[in-house]
Design a protein around this ligand. Sequence first.
Ligand code: FAD
Ligand code: DLZ
Ligand code: SF4
Length: 522
Amino acid sequence: MPQNHTPRAIRNLVLVLGDQLTPTLSSLKAADPALDIVLMCEVAEEATYVRHHKKKIVLLFSAMRHFAAELENAGWRVEYTRLDDPQNAGSFSGEIERKVNAHKPQRIVVTEPGEWRVLDGIRGWGAQFNLPVDILPDSRFICSRETFARWAQGRKQLRMEYFYRDMRRQTGLLMDGTEPTGGIWNLDHDNRKPAKSDLFMPQPAHFQQDRITRDVVALVKHHFAGHFGDAEPFWFAVTRTDAEAAFDHFLDAALPRFGDYQDAMLANQRFLFHSVISMYLNCGLLDPLAVCRKVEGAFRSGRVPLNAAEGYIRQVIGWREYVRGIYWLKMPEYAVSNALGHSRPLPDFYWTGETEMACIAAAVIQTKEDAYAHHIQRLMVTGNFALLAGISPHALHEWYLAVYADAYEWVELPNTIGMSQFADGGVLASKPYAASGAYINRMSDYCNGCGYDVKARTGPRACPFNSLYWDFIARHAAVIKSNPRMAQMVRTYDKFADDEKVRIRASAASFLATLKPSDVWP
Ligand code: FAD
Ligand code: DLZ
Ligand code: SF4
């Protein structure tokens, strides 16, 4: 009978994005499985607006497919568009248009996206489709955009430390009444130890591919063959259950030493004592507050020291929330900030790893294989090099956004533009994170296996970070002098003999002349 084939009338169309894989999402909470349709779609536009790492696309598509199946099992009606569906319109707005025409909903409902670009598009849908569009707050964050804007209002400096203390008070995490547990808010000074390679160093949990993931791997290899990175071996969790298992494994195996070795780097230990869960937090498979409560529980039961628990919780309720606040406060202008006027193209070795600099080669090769590098590799190796060499912050931003499985603009952009490149002129960081080879040598074992001499400042075999560092100080002396945390470096440079300054300039210039701009990747 024809009426049996007529789709039932629906009330609202609820769009769930690829980084919104959370059952308690505000848009799902506002919806009714009996009346509304959930739309999820794999769209070429999202996979290619920067050419994301293959592993990142596999993670998202597989996790999206698993999440859609969970919703269906829970009674939701889900319309899921696969990438190779012949009807696929290729973009969020194209898919919305298709579903609006098919179902004639009364409204479109969506939780606010994590990128300004996507929000800007959604804001146009009301007029485009002649329908009300409800954009709901993303309650998975502890600090709402409005609360952050209120916190920022009237402050001369937006320092993470004060924001973090408010987050501790608000959540009650590691608080004894109104005082921080242990009497001190931040134990970062305990967390700067270099590490020694150890056969028994923990590894993040690895997961077997199921049929859904195997299908997605084949799809990604076929459609995104030209993208950076290796799809396989694919070992990430793609469900909430497995992501929670990955975090529990970290809690037992690595958290106790997380604090001590947070800033360390080792050539043969890609993960050290890091949790390797940012890709799960950022797509919604893990809940940041639940994760922090588990960390506090581990401290209270005597399983981990305070410097580890505090250090970890600070990253999640401090840095993670803070960078998101800065992003929404400062966008869209923030994306084109370039306070130091850097414009050199990104060198090709950011894509190939083919460089004699052992530290950069290690970070890039690991990034290609795992779509992961830990914070100090991102900040003090690839980020530091780009800062010293005067690479365009926007080109670097597009690289970070493409290559890491955890990268979404709300978190990647402030880390790149603000923390790593000082391109926002000091909104986020109190000083440029610029360092010579001595820092990398102190915190890692990369220099032992490097053809360059980390102790030499100039000459063809001198570590390029050294001449570039002093050249950076000289080029930006006017800005750096006014920064109390950096002024000493300008005074040191000023005391160098004139011929040493000439050698520094010449070494830096001849090294920079060897850099080849990438012609392979965008
Ligand atoms: P851990 O070291 O175990 O830390 C625990 C958690 O704290 C992380 O999972 C993460 O959620 C949070 N966290 C730690 N530091 C930061 C930070 N600076 N900003 C926000 N959250 C933080 N992080 C991303 O999630 N996505 C990105 O795209 C991203 N881009 C970055 C780009 C640059 C240039 C730099 C310097 C840092 C970037 N970071 C980014 C921050 C940080 O490097 C990663 O969060 C971290 O390496 C993830 O690995 P992990 O889960 O093992 O972290
Ligand atoms: C990153 C990404 C990719 C690669 N693909 C999709 C997709 O096909 N469908 C989808 O809903 N989301 C995808 N995402 C995540 C979105 O880019 C992300 O939701 C927005 O950038 C907002 O944060
Ligand atoms: Fe990196 Fe310089 Fe050390 Fe080589 S010597 S690994 S380039 S810091």
